[in-house]
Design a binder for this molecule. Sequence first.
Ligand code: 4NP
Length: 144
Amino acid sequence: MVCLGNICRSPLAEGILASKLDSETFLVQSAGTSNYHIGEKPDRRSISTAKKHGIDISNQKAAQFTVNDFDTYDLIYAMDNSNYQNIIKLSRNAQDRKKVKLILTELHPNENLDVPDPYYGGEQGFENVFRMLDEACNQLIEKL
Ligand code: 4NP
């Protein structure tokens, strides 16, 4: 799960997806395309939104997406079109690129929709993001 800062959207996406899957079978992680927040905990608004839904993401630590992640993961979900382009720029070949998808295409194929960045808004934006990601994760699990 990849966003820009790895403190708002992708930590929620990681927590939501991990909560729905067996950790012995699936490795779920998140990262940011930027180096802005490396080592930081998720934004307090992401932590509290997840907690409201019974998910603890407070132990996550922000990391930057690297080219090695193409070798570690089978599926790479970008939160928005800008993240998607930044990931594609790091890809080495068609096999890498095939792994990268916009997460909301799980719900709205062919629409190229972004998960809106809630960083500069209020709590409601985080709840909105949570709901979108929860639905998208339910859908993507159907295909695993
Ligand atoms: P995220 O949100 O990409 O969902 O983690 C952001 C967090 C921080 C910044 C931008 C977006 N920032 O510019 O610091």
